[in-house]
Ligand binder design. Structure first.
Ligand SMILES: O=C(O)CCC(=O)C(=O)O
Ligand SMILES: [Fe+2]
Length: 220
């Protein structure tokens, strides 16, 4: 939203969902480093969210569940997303639940609003083209739409695979154990649209991420 006074444009800040100050966030079992903050739409890069063993175990748990990724509420295969993915919602594992809880406490949203960890694997050449994570207002899923996204990097990538926000001119380079968070729960739809993002093609190496999407209302 913006306001023009005597020819000068002032932007009116909206409330962000994720509120914190300073460069650290303390949750039950660890201290999270805040490394980068883009104020609105809020985009935050966080360090030391997962340790190496947690990253490796998430990859291991998803290896025999991976399927070619689909997109949208109607789940269609598309060249928008050429990666392979797996939902860990039905995996009965203490560590998976602990990580979901940790992410929920970092963001300050009850874990019942989260869809369950989704693992993605990109091989060289694979990508996730520019998209929004929220569903179109006309879609069935929009009655309990997504409001924010937490992407955990489970591996380093030798070259490529950045998470790219073209409208913000912002690139996040994957680093094992780190995360990028962004939100799109603004009244001003133009702010939500600035969260357009892509997983750029992996050039060398392999990229593994875990995504947790939060919904406006509880999903379970
Ligand atoms: O691969 C990435 O860096 C972005 C993934 C993404 O956009 C998603 O999981 O919704
Ligand atoms: Fe996305």
């Amino acid at each position: 939203m913006s306001l023009t006074i005597l020819g000068a444009e002032y932007s009116l800040k909206e409330q962000n969902l994720f509120n914190f100050s300073g460069n650290k966030i303390y949750v039950e079992d660890r201290e999270i480093d805040v490394l980068v903050k883009y104020e609105q739409p809020l985009v935050v890069v966080l360090g030391s969210v997962l340790d190496d063993e947690e990253c490796d175990k998430l990859i291991e748990l998803s290896k025999d569940r991976l399927q070619r990724s689909k997109i949208g509420a109607d789940k269609i295969v598309s060249d928008i997303r050429t990666s392979s993915g797996a939902f860990l919602a039905d995996v009965n594992d203490d560590m998976v639940r602990r990580i979901e809880k940790r992410v929920a406490s970092i963001v300050g949203i009850p874990v019942e609003h989260a869809e369950g960890l989704h693992i993605l694997n990109y091989k060289p050449g694979q990508e996730y083209k520019e998209h929004f994570d929220y569903f179109a207002a006309t879609s069935r899923a929009a009655s309990n739409n997504r409001i924010c996204t937490f992407v955990l990097y489970l591996s380093d990538v030798e070259d490529g695979g950045e998470t790219y926000f073209p409208k913000l001119g912002l690139k996040v380079y994957p680093k094992k154990g780190m995360a990028v968070y962004f939100e799109y729960f603004y009244n001003d739809q133009t702010l939500n649209e600035l969260t357009l993002h892509a997983g750029l093609p992996v050039v060398t190496g392999e990229k593994w991420i875990a995504t947790l999407w939060f919904r406006r209302k509880k999903c379970i």
